[in-house]
Design a protein around this ligand. Structure first.
Ligand code: PLP
Length: 392
């Protein structure tokens, strides 16, 4: 067998694979499995993005575009971000990427040298550590607690800083916790990190899925002040409900963007031209659907939170954004079912509900429920989960 690279051998397979494999097995036996493991919105995309894609096809837009994206699409990202956050972004500050994921991956590739350390507050989106490792870096996990709404702070980060610390990844609202930093709290962390000479990557992919009284938070003002020390990552997957169209973007200093473009130019080249025009029309189109979607998700969040917190042995902080809840369930662990993976396997077998173990996100005390499903589905799922947990 060919010798695989050390890099790929160091990356763990996704912890959701075991659950998905079991779920498929059950489904093939005719069992109806409800999946609350989803990471994408179930709501329809706005008409504007669909019209944009149709228009690109009608215009026969089949050619390569510049690696960083079509100029008018870069301008649309600037207009959108500047409108929401007064980011002061110009065309040369933006690159269109194959989802926020590629933006994050490529940032690690252009910023991280072997041995460089990247601070990642846990629970974290499961791809961050793998991306750091694939760039030759060292993920430095900074634990947080549910009692503290899974928030980190300058004093917590300080404990994990060494002379090799290069980057801090922030993600608000968070996948998997749904917890959200208010702008002031976020600013304190940014200010602290920047003073320490640490580059900030702000993953703002869920920025529009925020529930009142919370408001969106962004690293925009820090980008405006120190463009070469901050990169903002966002995309249309979650807020515009087009995850499969792979439209993300990075906003940063023109030197960062030039390096990202160089890498993209030698690897994947441009994002699909049809998806780019869809993004343009979406970003500049009617955005009233954002508020409608927020209302729908809020109703579901309130429902699932009430159900979860009524189960003995479980507690969950109130998530202020995204479409996940991440309750602490270790109070339910038994001698046999003594971790989040085993509890998820039990709930899949007994309740026929697929969930994601917290271990995948760096916190084995918790499990992740997604509420990107209809409320009637949530109701059935929670009835089944509650019954199975009573029999534990
Ligand atoms: N960041 C977070 C926290 C996510 O949850 C996801 C997707 O699940 C992404 C980034 C990447 O999104 P995409 O590549 O679909 O734009």
């Amino acid at each position: 067998m060919v010798a695989f690279s050390k890099r790929i051998s160091m990356v763990k397979p996704s912890a959701t694979l075991t659950i998905n494999a079991r779920a498929s097995e059950l489904k093939s036996q005719g069992v109806e499995v409800i999946s609350l493991a989803v990471g994408q919105p179930d709501l329809p995309p706005p008409k504007s993005v669909l019209d944009g894609a149709r228009e690109a096809i009608e215009r026969v837009m089949t050619k390569y575009t510049p690696a960083a994206g079509l100029p008018e699409v870069l301008d649309a990202v600037c207009e959108y971000y500047n409108r929401f956050y007064d980011a002061g972004a110009k065309r040369e500050n933006v690159i269109i990427t194959n989802g926020g994921k590629q933006g994050l991956f490529n940032l690690m590739q252009i910023l991280v040298d072997p041995g460089d350390e990247v601070l990642i507050p846990a629970p974290y989106w499961l791809s961050y550590p793998a991306m750091v490792i694939l760039a030759g870096g060292v993920p430095k996990i900074v634990p947080t607690d549910p009692e503290n709404n899974f928030m980190t702070s300058p004093s917590e980060l300080e404990k994990h800083i060494t002379e090799k610390t290069k980057i801090l990844i922030l993600n608000t609202p968070s996948n998997p916790t749904g917890c959200h930093y208010a702008q002031k709290q976020f600013d304190e962390i940014c200010e602290f990190a920047l003073k320490k000479g640490i580059f900030i990557i702000s993953d703002e992919i869920y920025d529009q899925l925020i529930y009142p009284p919370a408001e969106p938070t962004s690293a925009s003002k820090w980008f405006k002040k120190y463009p070469d020390k901050v990169a903002i990552v966002n995309g249309l997957a979650k807020s515009f409900a087009v995850p499969g169209w792979r439209i993300g973007y990075v906003i940063s200093d023109s030197t960062v963007i030039k390096n990202l473009s160089k890498l993209q130019g030698q690897s994947t080249s441009n994002v699909c031209s049809i998806a780019q025009i869809a993004a343009l029309k979406g970003l500049l189109g009617d955005l009233s659907f954002l508020e409608e979607n927020r209302k729908k998700f809020l109703e579901r969040r309130n429902y699932i939170l009430k159900r979860i917190n009524s189960i003995k042995g479980i507690s969950c902080p109130e998530p202020m954004g995204a479409f996940y809840v991440f309750p602490k369930v270790d109070g339910l662990y038994t001698d046999e079912i003594n971790n989040s993976t085993k509890l998820c396997e039990y709930l899949l077998d007994k309740a026929h509900v697929a969930l994601v173990p917290g271990a995948a996100f760096g916190d084995d005390r918790c499990i992740r429920f997604s509420y990107a499903v209809d409320i009637s589905v949530l109701e059935r799922a929670m009835d089944q989960v509650e019954k199975a947990l009573r029999e534990l």
